[in-house]
Structure formats: structure tokens, C-alpha cells
Design a protein around this ligand. Structure first.
Ligand code: MOS
Length: 739
């Protein structure tokens, strides 16, 4: 089906079994907690005997060439099967192309030459009988470098920024009205600049691969969010047809955008398995992940807001500078949400790319909004203070009637409802507008809030369903579950649509041999894969109804039976010995253009700032969200709370620190790069307002995976200001910046 019209009332609306929305436990939860759900590196199956183990040697310079490399000691070390460098690595496809439609499907050659373009880049690869032997031998590889000076910092290189090309559906810059004059003449103004640092994904499961060849085809178990992209990337790198590549990612221990691409562990394992004719496993160490995989670019952002004395925006400007690797072109689109969030007759947004000699920057949870909102939502708070207006009231006064840039209605938008509900529940009326007004012992106490918004997407997705004689429905999709709950919410959709209990659905995901989906990314997974599944189930219902001799519209599916026109039969009996299959497909259609689609929310935070040390502690936090129909209140809440925790981390702790002398992240482990721990996170609550959006997709849902991080850190930053009266615009907000 194609999404060209509002979705009609359907089985999901009827929710006869009450499964949709219900917070059922994860269907694969037992397997995971009992260690029976193998992640890529744990997979033991494979053709060609026992697995060998690879270890990657990373460059210890950020830019230059390998001038000499001595592998003799490594080659003679115990258990070593293979040592590759740029001198003997297999020939591979060239990097890119840069303008590829699918940036995650680009070829990614390893050790294609003696060039070093970033710290940690693979300069050698060792395979041995055991992991320990491979790692020990890897340390015996002696590399002599000819280093070259590089540029590693955004600020000093900003003058060399370039304008990235427009994307098909998204211009790099926007200009509406006369921003410059309107800002100049505005009665009340804010002109603030913010910086956000590099962030890493810090997934629990590191990138890892188990590869083997079978019948001229490579089977790759790896940690991937997008199986088709991984398949393309491997095919392009190894110079083989995509159908000679099978990607399997049944369980993925966190993605956050860092597993949208696949990396050298995948390519090298696949090539080594071919050469050695046995399975090869390669995992990255936690330290390697900092450089050998992607990270979120740091940004510099300037936000200018001009308003009338009664708080109507007349001018909104948001400019972003962010880095990409010199050989890449990824842009952190931090100004994008500013085009749609608030109304103003004069608006200007820009994005500029600064090419640096750092590892590849790429998508990280809510690319764009996650750090764009840190700036925008603090600027709005600054403006509210100048206007002596409550920040919620200021936002309400600037609530647009329709999308100010696209000039189309919103599919649904409950930002105001989220702010009001949150204010009520959080006790916002107790907030003192003047900063540093509340003191408890040696602590200042403050409250802050911020809006949340994240774009909503629907992508093409296919599905196959097969019903057997026992009435068991087997679903096949090349979809992934990166810990978000895909297995569970898709099971709920299938079970509810077919009138089957949850335990009669077998959800098979994570295999590129299954029908194509857009995978997990951009918060579109549940909507896209779920809609393809819904279409397949709808087609299966039609077949079953016809078999029973009932008009499909009259057929009722409940309790494992289909009934109508005085007849009733079990699904299993109708499927018969041969079983019954159906396929389905969702295509985006024109609704995405007819309506501006976002999910919304409001964050509220209370912090304490120590008067002597400047230490900042979060005391409590609430997020109120409206994201269409919620498929599973428990998994949705998990997503929201997890994202809010990352928002707190972005505000207060997370920073991959670039050493400007050597061009690497100096704090390259989870001791030096602090991810919020339990002790950092007291009461965090997330709730969802009722919403059903028939413009988005047949399930009438919106993406929830990234919404919760958007604006979360800004609410914390605004609370810090309210607590102590120090406005910090350089993230993270550490105690030294308070003093
Ligand atoms: Mo998301 S950063 O698109 O996985």
C-alpha cells in the first residue's frame, strides 16, 4: 500500500485483543537474559571448521603515510595464520562514492594504500587461532610513519567551512523574509553562540563480526542496523554481487546510529574467511571503537532570536558549523528543527561543513535535533528571561498554525498540550523566575524546561507472512532489533491484526535474505516495518476470508479464528497442510509532503548546583511526549527514558576530547568518557499523551526512538541557569564552567 491518503479505520484501531499499546514483556527477553540470544561474536555456527580470530592494528598518527612496516615478528608468532598490510591486502573497491544515495552502502576498503587519513585507521590485520594470539601478534607489528600536520579543531578551521550540497528533499540553507533587518529592528533580542563536543555511541555490544563462506556466498553475522546497506557495502568493497552477501544481525546490543555503517571488522573478516577457508571473527576493542567507528561531530552554533515586546518572534536565525572527516561529507544538521518548530515572518538557517583530519563523523541518535535543540531551546529560555515571560508562555505565543517553512499543516502537533501537562505534573508553578532564588543548604536549586521535537519518517518496507496448519504465523523481514523492542512491537501488530495470541507469532528478523526493510534508523523502524507487516497481514486476512467464503470486509479475526456469514474456522485449518502465505509492502506516497510530520514533547528538569564547588546534580526529570499511537507503553517508555538519560549526559558529562597535537580522542574509554551512570540519574519519568495520527502510516504511529533526547539536555541547562544564574553555552556543563 502507498500512503497517499489518511489511513482508514482498521484492525489496529479496533484493537480487539487490546494488544496494541499494552506493555507486554519483550518476546525475546528470556533468550537475552539467559544468554541464549547469540550476538554476532558469540555465533558458533559456520562452514569450514573452527573460527579463527582477527585483530586490527590501528594507526597511531592522524595524518600521513606508512613509511615502513615490519611484520616478521607477527608472522612468526604462535598461532598466526595471516598478516595483512597495505602491501598484501586483497584488492577492494574504492571508497565512496561521496554522493551515494545510500551513504551506509558505500564501499569501505581497508588498507588500500599507505595513506593514513585518521587516527586508528587499519594499517595491519592479524588473524590467528585464538583471540589472544591475534592480539599478541598485532602488538608485534612495527609501523614507521611519515606524519603530516593535520587540522583537528573546529573553531580555528571555521574560516574554511564549505557549504554542503542540497539534498533532494532538504536544502542546506533556508531564508524566508528579511532576517537581517527584522533581527536588527526587533525590540528584544538574543544573539548567543553555543558549542557542543564530539559524542560517541557507546553501545554495550562492540562492533563485531563472524564471517564464513558457503557455496560461493559470504555469510556475515555482524552488528548492523541496516542489513541492505551492509550488504551493499560489503559487495562494493569485496567487488562481488550483492546477492553473494548475506548479512545476519539477529540481536544487536545498541546502535544509536553507530551501526548504520559497517566497518573494517566486517570487511576484513569476510576477506580473511575467504582466504583461509574457515570462519573468522573480529571484534573491536572499546578503545578502537572511538576512532575506527563513527562519532557525532562537535558543533558551533549561533542562534539569533528577535521578538516584539509582547513576545512574538519576528526573526529566527540558526547557523551551524560541524566537522566531517576530510574524505567524507556528513553534516550534523543542527539547524533543521528551527525551520519548523516556531513561527516568525523572517527566518534564516544555515549549515556549514568544516573538513578536519579526524575519524568519520556520522549519525548519532537524533542527528541534528539532539544538539540543535541544546542551542535553540536555551536561546528561547534566554529570550523568555529578557521578556520577563514564562518560557512556556513564550513558546505558546509562538505556536505556528501550520509549518512555517513548508506551508502545509502539521499531521498532528501537541507541543502545547505536552508543555501544559508537564507543567502541571512537575509543579512548574513553584519555579522562581529569577535565578539563584532557591537555596537548600549549600545547594542552589533550579528548574528548567525545553520543547522536544523529532521528524517523523515512513520508508519503503516489505514483509512476508506464512501461516501453518497449527495456526502459527511466521513473519520474515530484514528488519533489526537494536534493543528498541522491534521483535515485541511487531509481534503485537501481527497478533492483533490476525486475531492471534502473541505466542502464535514467530517473528524472524535480522537476515538480509528476508524481504527488504529500511532497518532501524531515523526512528522510522517501527512505522515502516510495522506498516509493511500490517499490509502483509491484511493480504493474508483477505486470502483467509475468501477461503472461508466470506467477504473480507465482513470477516472477523479473533481467538485464532476467522468468522463471518454464520461460518467460523480456525486459522490453522484454513491454512491447511500446505499453509498460506502473503506478502505486503508499504510505500511512503504523498502524505509526507502534504503534512509536516514530527513527534513532540516537553522536558522538565530540576537540578541542584553546589555553591562552593559548582557541582551539578540532576534531582528529577519529566518528559511528556506525543508520538502518535504507542504500540507498547513499556518499550516506548524505555526508549524515552534512555534518550532522556543521554540528554542529561550530553548536558553535563559527555565529551570526546580531541588532543589537538595528535588528532585523537584522548579519553578513549568509558572511564575517561563518562556516560551517565545510575548515580547520575535519580527519578526520570516519561509519559505519552494519547494521540492517533492517521496521516503518518496505517498504524497511525510516529517514531519514538530519538524524540526523548531532543531538548532533554536543554531543559537541564536551563535548570542550571535558573539554579545559579550562570548561563553556560559550552557543553558539557561541568563544574569549572559554573565557577
Ligand atoms: Mo539513528 S542516529 O538514525 O540510528
Amino acid at each position: 500500500m502507498e500512503m497517499n491518503n489518511p489511513a482508514p479505520r482498521n484492525a489496529i484501531d479496533d484493537n480487539r485483543q487490546g494488544l496494541i499499546g499494552k506493555g507486554i514483556n519483550r518476546v525475546e527477553g528470556l533468550l537475552k537474559v539467559t544468554g541464549q540470544a547469540p550476538y554476532a561474536y558469540e555465533v558458533v555456527e559456520g562452514e569450514g571448521g573452527k573460527a579463527a580470530y582477527g585483530f586490527i592494528v590501528g594507526a597511531t598518527i592522524a595524518k600521513g603515510t606508512v613509511a615502513g612496516i615490519d611484520t616478521a615478528a607477527a608472522e612468526n608468532a604462535p598461532g598466526v595464520l595471516l598478516v595483512w598490510t597495505h602491501r598484501n591486502a586483497p584488492r577492494q573497491g574504492a571508497w565512496g562514492p561521496l554522493d551515494a544515495k545510500d551513504r551506509y552502502g558505500r564501499a569501505s576498503p581497508q588498507m588500500g594504500s599507505n595513506r593514513v587519513d585518521y587516527y586508528g585507521q587499519a594499517v595491519a590485520y592479524v588473524v590467528a587461532q585464538t583471540f589472544e594470539q591475534a592480539r599478541a601478534a598485532a602488538y608485534l607489528v612495527k609501523v614507521r610513519y611519515a606524519p603530516e600536520p593535520g587540522e583537528f579543531e573546529l573553531a580555528p578551521a571555521r574560516g574554511k567551512a564549505v557549504k554542503p550540497p542540497d539534498e533532494p528533499n532538504q536544502k542546506t540553507d533556508s531564508l524566508v523574509g528579511d532576517f537581517a533587518s527584522a533581527f536588527e529592528g526587533a525590540a528584544v533580542k538574543v544573539d548567543s553562540s553555543y558549542t557542543t563536543p564530539c559524542h560517541i555511541h557507546a553501545q554495550m555490544e562492540p562492533h563485531a563480526t563472524m564471517a564464513y563462506w558457503k557455496d560461493g556466498r559470504v555469510v556475515i553475522h555482524c552488528a548492523s542496523q541496516l542489513l541492505e546497506s551492509a550488504q551493499q557495502a560489503v559487495a562494493g568493497t569485496l567487488q562481488i554481487a550483492p546477492d553473494k552477501v548475506r548479512i545476519v544481525s539477529r540481536y544487536v546490543g545498541g546502535g544509536f546510529g553507530g551501526k548504520l555503517p559497517v566497518y573494517g571488522d566486517v570487511m576484513l573478516s569476510a576477506m580473511a574467511a575467504r582466504q583461509l577457508n574457515r570462519p573468522v571473527k573480529t571484534a573491536l576493542t572499546r578503545q578502537q571503537m572511538f576512532h575506527f567507528t563513527t562519532h557525532r561531530s562537535d558543533t558551533m552554533q549561533r542562534v539569533r532570536l528577535g521578538a516584539t515586546a509582547d513576545g512574538k518572534f519576528v526573526a529566527i536565525g540558526h547557523e551551524t558549523w560541524a566537522h566531517s572527516a576530510r574524505f567524507d561529507n556528513f553534516m550534523e544538521n543542527a539547524s533543521l528543527q528551527t525551520r519548523t518548530l516556531y513561527a516568525a515572518p523572517n527566518r534564516m538557517t544555515t549549515h556549514r561543513l568544516v573538513k578536519l583530519d579526524l575519524p568519520i563523523a556520522d549519525s548519532t541518535r537524533a542527528p541534528g535535533e539532539a544538539v540543535g535543540m541544546l542551542a535553540l531551546e536555551q536561546a528561547v529560555d534566554e529570550l523568555a528571561e529578557k521578556l520577563k515571560l514564562d518560557p512556556i508562555e513564550l513558546r505558546i505565543r509562538n505556536e505556528p498554525a501550520q509549518d512555517p517553512e513548508l506551508n502545509v499543516p502539521y499531521s498532528s502537533r501537541q507541543l502545547v498540550a505536552c508543555m501544559r501537562e508537564g507543567a502541571q505534573r512537575f509543579g512548574w508553578r513553584n519555579r522562581r523566575a529569577e535565578p539563584a532564588a532557591v537555596v537548600e543548604g549549600r545547594w542552589w536549586i533550579g528548574m528548567g524546561m525545553a520543547a522536544a521535537t523529532r521528524s517523523n519518517f515512513l520508508m519503503p518496507s516489505k514483509c512476508n507472512v506464512a501461516l501453518d496448519r497449527q495456526g502459527v504465523l511466521t513473519v520474515r523481514m530484514a528488519m533489526t532489533d537494536i534493543g528498541t523492542g522491534s521483535y515485541t512491537v511487531l509481534t503485537q501488530v501481527a497478533a492483533e491484526t490476525m486475531g492471534l495470541p502473541v505466542d502464535k507469532v514467530r517473528m524472524l528478523l535480522g537476515d538480509s535474505d528476508f524481504p527488504e526493510t529500511p532497518g532501524s534508523g531515523g526512528s522510522w523502524g517501527a512505522a515502516s516495518a510495522g506498516s509493511g507487516l500490517f499490509d502483509a497481514c491484511t493480504n493474508l486476512r483477505e486470502k483467509l476470508a475468501r477461503k472461508l467464503g466470506v467477504a473480507p470486509a465482513e470477516a472477523v479475526f479473533a481467538d485464532g479464528r476467522v468468522s463471518g456469514a454464520g461460518k467460523s474456522e480456525t486459522l490453522g485449518a484454513l491454512a491447511g497442510t500446505l499453509g498460506l502465505e502473503a506478502s505486503g509492502e508499504i510505500k511512503p506516497g504523498s502524505m509526507a509532503k502534504k503534512f509536516s510530520q514530527q513527534a513532540y514533547g516537553a522536558h522538565f528538569a530540576e537540578v541542584a548546583v553546589h555553591r562552593d564547588t559548582g557541582e551539578i546534580r540532576l534531582r528529577r526529570m519529566l518528559g511528556v511526549f506525543a508520538a502518535g499511537r504507542i504500540l507498547n507503553e513499556k518499550t516506548a517508555k524505555n526508549q524515552a527514558v534512555g534518550a532522556m538519560v543521554w540528554g542529561v549526559g550530553s548536558a553535563l558529562m559527555e565529551e570526546a576530547v580531541v588532543d589537538p597535537r595528535y588528532g585523537f580522542f584522548a579519553n578513549q574509554d568509558l572511564a575517561g568518557y563518562h556516560v551517565a551512570a545510575h548515580a547520575d540519574i535519580p527519578a526520570v519519568e516519561a509519559i505519552f499523551l494519547p494521540e492517533v495520527d492517521d496521516k503518518t502510516n496505517p498504524l497511525k504511529i510516529k517514531g519514538v526512538g530519538e524524540l526523548g533526547i531532543c531538548g532533554a539536555g536543554a531543559a537541564v541547562a536551563n535548570a542550571v541557569y535558573n539554579a545559579c544564574g550562570v548561563r553556560i553555552r559550552q557543553f558539557p556543563l561541568t563544574l569549572d564552567k559554573v565557577m
